[in-house]
Design a protein around this ligand. Structure first.
Ligand code: CA
Length: 410
């Protein structure tokens, strides 16, 4: 959860090399090689981290059961540093995340585990379809939740990753899970980024929100579907899920709608949106929501959705609008509801990371500020694109395309 890029498919044993346990040195790589130097440096880091862990209450027995066996995983660092050049347009992402196969499998899983879903629905007030959809998007219902030893992955990231402080905190949380006797170190299995089990809980999230729902005394998000369902529902409930509200709805926008208002920061009630001429896609009234926002994930030529509090709760699970929309649409269709009515503008040629950076640089040079030219489209880039579109008399939806980039290049 909360990590946009995940991988579950690397064979652990192939490229991992064993770092000698803290007190032993017999497995070291040949001395004088870069690998040996790195192993030495990692061991020194581990020793310092162990001191820090002890100071925060981790026992020597826990350290022996965890850090003494830790491996440095080069493929985790490769994943952490990877910046894919091709940025998948939302329609291709949704084709995979909300496939017909996944909708049908979700209905089957929900039926198969009806007891667990009914119990947690009653207790936490989160619809079964939402939990099922998270389970589907996170791990294809438990079939791909990663094969990394999470302690190895987090130790690697805490030593050498891009967000070391974050990884150090999650590593300490993982040691805490072992120390509390919840699960042995070897059972903490998950993604390269430390997300564990069927619905990809980070260790700190596990400590706070995981639930033993099947009554065996363990909070087991790797092997117990009732525990997975209840833990995920508990996280959403504690994050502010409102049982009486939907995630949102697809809408139709009035002519001359100001697309600068399609940002999560613009919030008002469904009634206020309706007063501006926003309608349900099928002419139905808008669902009653406070603090609702309109999103047009592919600009003016694609679908528009009105999203409320519960969509924002999904963003706490993973802070990507595309992710939250995938969960919402998968849940809606698991429930037998429709997908989006409006077609995606699949004909639009979207930008690679390098092209986005070129667009940002060109806009900045012309005085349409997009902030840091990082190759990633965020609110600042959209704002700069909108001002450029306005200057051309185009619909200012802030959605960058190849056509727009061509207009900027000499
Ligand atoms: Ca259990």
């Amino acid at each position: 959860m909360r990590i946009a890029r995940r991988s579950c498919c690397f064979a652990l044993a192939l490229s991992a090399w064993l770092v000698p346990p803290l007190a032993m040195a017999q497995a070291a790589p040949p001395s004088g090689t870069p690998a040996a130097a790195q192993a030495e440096d990692f061991r020194a880091w581990l020793a310092r981290f162990a001191d820090e862990a002890r100071a925060s209450g981790i026992s020597q027995a826990t350290l022996d059961a965890t850090l003494a066996r830790v491996r440095w995983l080069p493929q985790v660092i490769e994943q952490d540093r990877a910046q894919p050049e091709f940025v998948r347009p939302i329609w291709l992402y949704l084709d995979g995340a909300v496939s017909t196969q996944r909708i049908l499998a979700g209905r089957a899983q929900r039926q198969l585990h009806a007891g667990a879903f009914d119990a947690s629905g009653k207790r936490y007030g989160v619809p079964a379809s939402i939990i099922t959809a998270i389970w589907g998007v996170e791990s294809s219902y438990g079939t791909h939740f990663g094969s990394f030893r999470v302690i190895d992955a987090l130790a690697t990231l805490a030593y050498d990753g891009r967000r070391r402080d974050w990884a150090r905190g999650e590593l300490l949380a993982a040691l805490q899970i072992v120390q509390q006797g919840e699960m042995p170190a070897g059972s903490l299995i998950g993604s390269w980024a430390g997300a564990m089990g069927h619905t990809q809980f980070l260790p700190s999230v596990y400590l706070k929100y995981a639930v033993d729902a099947d009554g065996d005394g363990k909070r087991d998000i790797w092997n117990s579907v009732p525990d997975v369902v209840a833990s995920t529902a508990n996280f959403l409930a504690k994050s502010g899920w409102r049982p009486d509200e939907p995630w949102g709805a697809e809408v139709r926008l009035p002519a001359n709608f100001d697309y600068a208002r399609t940002e999560l920061t613009t919030r008002q009630s469904s009634g206020d949106w309706a007063a501006e001429g926003v309608r349900g896609i099928d002419g139905a009234p808008l669902p009653a929501m406070q603090g609702a926002s309109i999103l047009t994930p592919a600009g003016a030529r694609g679908p528009a959705v009105l999203v409320g509090n519960n969509f924002r709760v999904l963003l706490r699970y993973n802070s990507s609008n595309n992710y939250a929309l995938a969960v919402a649409l998968l849940a809606q269709q698991i429930d037998g509801g429709p997908g989006l009515v409006t077609a995606w503008p699949r004909q639009l040629k979207t930008l690679t990371r390098t092209e986005t950076q070129a667009l940002q640089l060109a806009l900045n040079a012309r005085g349409f500020d997009t902030g840091e030219p990082d190759g990633v489209v965020g609110p600042a880039t959209r704002a700069g694109v909108r001002r450029f579109q306005q200057s051309l008399g185009l619909p200012a939806d802030g959605y960058p395309t190849q056509d727009l980039l061509q207009r900027l290049l000499p």
